[in-house]
Design a protein around this ligand. Structure first.
Ligand SMILES: Cc1cc2nc3c(=O)[nH]c(=O)nc-3n(C[C@H](O)[C@H](O)[C@H](O)COP(=O)(O)OP(=O)(O)OC[C@H]3O[C@@H](n4cnc5c(N)ncnc54)[C@H](O)[C@@H]3O)c2cc1C
Length: 414
């Protein structure tokens, strides 16, 4: 049996593992990233904030398109058109669209350039003990072993590392998408824009999306923990609802994967840390997890580098404290927001109505684009609150005439 010695074993070479691998190797630690498959893409909508480029140096050619406008469709098909812009709009206000087969491969190559060893194999057997980390994998039919001093669990929603270190299973949603190719005349209409669809029959706890990619659109939905058996039906409903926009298209792939719905309480253990989906770091209002996987991979790597000689849980929990201090309240806020606005057609109608408010738009994009909670003047805050109550009242009373007409269009789409 061949044997290798690694200072840090990173299990998973997605955005979390590849980023952790890069920063670990740059800090001078011997790093091995083991990824099950370099060629099979992770099912994903692939929407990323521009911070992925500015903060992690991802070059422009890795991005398929820059989404500058989006339309939100309510359950009664009212369309709200929104420009992707924060409170101080800049040329960098866009949502990047990536194909994961391109993006993940780029990140892994960056880790390799920094000095990490990449191995394409599945970790099968794993032990994390007070003396070290011991793992087995099969590479080209040969069983091999790795011993390491520390481990990064970057192995996604079904994390084996999380299980081995004793982290509980968090509730999981499922997201499913079609990749659909369209005739060029239709495809060109999607270059700078996306669409989001709301409704019980499409995605009771999330939304349906149509996102542009290099040569196709990604059309997908999410289904909460108790509705995952309906996900395929929701996806078909979305395709039907999008109607002529997709009717000339050809489905070239159907993909699905789990999404963790709650951050793990503990993400640092003796000799081990969890990052990205393995740590439950998907934001459940948006399903966004790529940036968070990269950010947590970087923070975790910095802490492992600092405590490489004494990787006790007490020391590694510095990573957990930094994470919670920076982002804990944001996750709590967004979870509350999801409870207010998602889950019934009435809530979705109010949400669409609120999306028409320019302060709400700017606040949302400040938080998405810059990953910070923008401060609103108290008068705007009170106005938004008033509007929210008004709209809930409007959609609660049974007098349909007082509601906006279905299929109206509001907005700025160019
Ligand atoms: C359909 C869908 C759409 C989504 N859309 C978006 C979106 O538009 N924007 C966004 O930001 N997020 C989106 N997400 C969430 C996003 O995909 C994840 O949050 C993100 O991929 C997390 O990165 P990660 O590195 O933590 O995990 P992953 O990307 O899941 O990577 C984990 C890696 O570990 C590997 N692995 C697992 N077990 C082993 C093992 N035993 N041995 C070796 N390797 C192993 C896997 O092969 C995988 O490559 C979506 C998710 C789904 C399912």
């Amino acid at each position: 049996m061949a044997k290798a010695r690694a200072k840090v074993l990173v299990v998973g070479g997605g955005p979390g593992g590849a980023t952790a691998g890069k920063f670990l190797a740059e800090s001078g630690l011997e790093t091995v990233v083991v990824e099950r498959s370099f060629s099979k893409p992770k099912p994903c909508g692939g929407a990323v904030p521009p911070l992925v480029m500015s903060e992690f140096g991802v070059p422009p050619e890795i991005i398929d398109c820059r989404m500058r406008y989006t339309s939100v469709f309510s359950p009664t098909n009212r369309e709200t058109q929104i420009e992707v812009a924060g409170s101080k709009p800049t040329d960098h206000d866009y949502i990047g669209m990536v194909r994961r087969e391109v993006f993940d491969n780029y990140l892994r190559q960056e880790a390799a350039k920094a000095g990490a060893e990449l191995i394409e194999a599945k970790i099968s057997d794993l032990k994390v003990t007070p003396n070290g980390v011991y793992a087995t994998y099969i590479e080209r039919g040969k069983e091999k072993r790795i011993e390491a001093d520390m481990i990064v669990g970057a192995d996604g929603a079904y994390s084996q590392v999380a299980k081995v270190v004793g982290a509980p299973r968090v509730p999981q949603a499922v997201a499913m998408q079609y990749r659909i190719t369209l005739p060029e005349s239709q495809m060109s209409e999607w270059r700078e824009r996306a669409e989001l669809y709301l409704g019980q029959e499409i995605s009771p706890d999330f939304y349906g999306w149509i996102f542009p990619k290099h040569d196709h659109v990604s059309v997908g939905v999410g289904a909460g923990p108790d509705k995952s058996q309906n996900v395929r039906a929701y996806l078909e409903n979305l395709r039907i609802r999008a109607g002529s926009k997709l009717s000339d298209g050809k489905i070239i792939a159907t993909e699905a994967h789990a999404l963790p719905m709650r951050p793990q309480k503990q993400i640092a253990f003796d000799r081990a840390v969890l990052v990205g989906d393995a740590a439950g770091m998907v934001v459940n209002t948006s399903g966004e997890g790529i940036y968070w996987a990269m950010k947590s991979g970087k923070l975790a790597a910095e802490t492992l580098a600092k405590y490489a000689d004494s990787p006790s849980a007490a020391n590694l929990q510095e990573y957990q404290r930094r994470w919670k201090k920076q982002y804990g309240s944001m996750y709590t806020f967004l979870t509350q927001l999801q409870k207010i606005y998602f889950g019934s057609d009435k809530k979705f109608e109010v949400f669409t109505e609120m999306c028409r408010d320019i302060d709400v738009q700017r606040l949302t994009f400040d938080s998405y684009l810059h990953k910070e909670m923008a401060q609103l003047p108290i008068t705007s805050g009170l106005r938004i609150l008033g509007k929210m109550w008004f709209n809930f009242a409007r959609w609660s009373i049974p007098v349909v005439a007082l509601r906006p007409k279905p299929a109206q269009v509001y907005g700025v789409l160019k």
